[in-house]
Design a protein around this ligand. Sequence first.
Ligand code: 1CP
Length: 345
Amino acid sequence: MNNSLKNDLLIRAALAQPTERPPVWMMRQAGRFMKEYWEIKNKYSFLEMCKTPEIAADVTMLPIDLLGVDAAILFSDILVTAEAMGGDLSFEQGVGPRFSNPVRNLQDAEKLSVDCLDKLQYVADAIKVIQQRLDGKVPLIGFAGAPFTILSYLVEGGSSKDFKLTKTLLNNEPALAHNILQKIADVTVAYLNMQIDAGVNALQLFDSWALALSWNDYKEFAHQYNDYIISRLNREHVPVISFCKGSSVFAPLMAETKPNVVSVDWNADLLNIKKALPAGMAVQGNLDPFVLYADKPVIKKKILDLFERMRGEEGFIFNLGHGIMPDIPFDNVKYAVEVIKEFRY
Ligand code: 1CP
């Protein structure tokens, strides 16, 4: 599959092979900061966009055509696994994701289905349409949410600032938490292997909210499930990227799960993190996304500072430490991509 890629910078960097410059893609690169996204979004609901392969493909292609990034990421959401398991999911304007049937006790947990891959067939269909559209131009990244992050949405019933209900569940009813986490992990293994079968070129596991956890709780409620998932992927030709906010702290544990790439938030010095990882493990990151609100000379300087720091390192993918915010000016994102693509090692 990768032999047929015209631009395989991302795959080479993920495998810690030499590249002439760092590849660039950005989390949430197909999203609300683009007027072309809104032109589509104004016609459909978010879930309709995810579930209609042609529309998901249209949106996936926006940053390829308009920004010229080195990888596409499937247009979908981490919460589709929770929906397939039985979560009643909606996305409300200005509110974000909401589950009307939160999972808070054993009866709720028992209602969650593990045998639900057929409900996610639309994702495999979207991957096939996207690969036809890409025609080998750049690799396609598939993804899923990691069990702890998905659990937090199911328990809280939506987004949360402090994860109070989730952490209380972990503290007071760890057996129940493990019961739910194991179900999510089993669905995630099947779901990611389905994405590999459908033709993705790389995978990213998003544990966005792991930062909320202590070291011991991360090991017990996040790390062991991420390890369970990554070790069960049919990944010989598909590099795996492990992302969490909190990676500055948890990188040594993330490395134990043997991803190809650790995606790092913006708190840590990226070179120091890379040097502490096993040889041959790549890093992705780690510009603070707020830099993209700044003036262009500042954007350029901060990117080049990062690149100078990483000069000589094989296995470096440029990304933000977290996703692009919806009100970041499009022009600044485009400028950042241009700066990156002009750079040479
Ligand atoms: O209203 C809208 O237009 C929907 C906004 C939107 C978009 C564009 C949501 C709702 N999800 C997405 C797409 C999305 N989500 C992608 C597509 C590919 C791309 O990156 O361009 C991806 C990979 C995600 C993953 C995702 N969804 C994460 C993990 C990444 C991260 O940012 O940490 C998380 C946490 C979500 C949950 C989610 N989806 C959407 C919202 C508003 C939220 C809530 C975020 C929160 O709780 O703060």
